[in-house]
Write a protein that binds this ligand. Structure first.
Ligand code: NAP
Length: 238
């Protein structure tokens, strides 16, 4: 059975990835920072016939990432989805000034960058040995068109810069891992109805977004490594 490790698996796109891949027969390590409150994920585990395992993981905690990677060493990993991400505190509408020039919140900026940009790099480093044992191994990071200079000019300094940094990090990683045959790709889920998306009136259903991304992930080849693609298959300009 192919295997997936996905971060932020307790809700939104991460939960939907877990549901979709486990339904298709994959074994899924569903990582989330508060398993004790992950009710929907727990229900999925109960109906998954052993295919889904929950692991407690805050992606800001590098020791915890290393501990999970050590625990899984020797097991092959076919797909790592770096999905966990933040914009800032909820509700966004009450904290918009923290993303705006003149009232930037620098502590929060650090947390957003550590979560959205640095944690995916740390996950890739920690799970490299398992990915090297995988079949057609892939690292997929969930980015956003908000990180594109060419396609988005909304001045959300914290979130936008974190996704732009993620894009740069993953394109560098694509070149670094090319010799190992590991494909690295960036996806934008579109404006999707998750906790994050609903804060800004999203229109795309979670299932539609994940079905589209799943389709793209299935078809990725080494010629796509370092690419940035929308859930509907459109290439996104940097
Ligand atoms: N929805 C959209 O319209 C949209 C558009 C473009 C890109 N994206 C990207 O899609 C990804 C998934 O977001 P979503 O829409 O599903 O949003 P969401 O419903 O808010 O889910 C975000 C997930 O990330 C987890 N997370 C945040 N910080 C974490 C940490 N330090 N350690 C572990 N998990 C952490 C959250 O865990 P908790 O439940 O514990 O907070 C939650 O599971 C994100 O990378 C986001 O930037 C979303």
């Amino acid at each position: 059975m192919p295997s997936l490790l996905v971060t932020g698996a307790n809700r939104g796109l991460g939960l939907a990835f877990t549901r979709r891949y486990s339904a298709d027969g994959w074994t899924v390590t569903a990582a989330c920072r508060e398993p004790e409150t992950a009710t929907e994920l727990e229900q999925l585990v109960e109906s998954s016939d052993g295919k889904v395992t929950i692991e407690k993981l805050d992606v800001l905690d590098h020791e915890a990432i290393d501990a999970l990677a050590t625990q899984q060493r020797g097991q092959s990993l076919d797909l790592l989805i770096n999905n966990a991400g933040i914009v800032g505190p909820f509700p966004y509408s009450e904290h918009l000034e923290r993303q705006r020039f003149g009232t930037l919140d620098y502590d929060l900026w650090g947390e957003v960058i550590r979560t959205n940009s640095i944690a995916p790099a740390k996950m890739a480093e920690a799970f490299l040995d398992s990915l090297l044992l995988g079949k057609n191994p892939k690292i997929v990071s969930i980015s956003s068109t908000v990180g594109s200079n060419a396609e988005c000019t909304i001045p959300t300094y914290l979130y936008g810069s974190s996704k732009a940094a993620l894009n740069k990090i993953m394109t560098m990683l694509a070149e670094t891992l090319r010799k190992h045959g590991i494909i690295v790709a960036l996806l934008c889920p579109g404006h999707t109805k998750t906790r994050m998306g609903l804060e800004t009136n999203a229109s795309i259903e979670v299932e539609e977004s994940v079905a589209g991304m799943r389709n793209i992930i299935d078809r990725l080849t080494m010629s796509d490594t370092g690419s940035f693609t929308r859930y509907n298959g459109e290439r996104i300009a940097w």
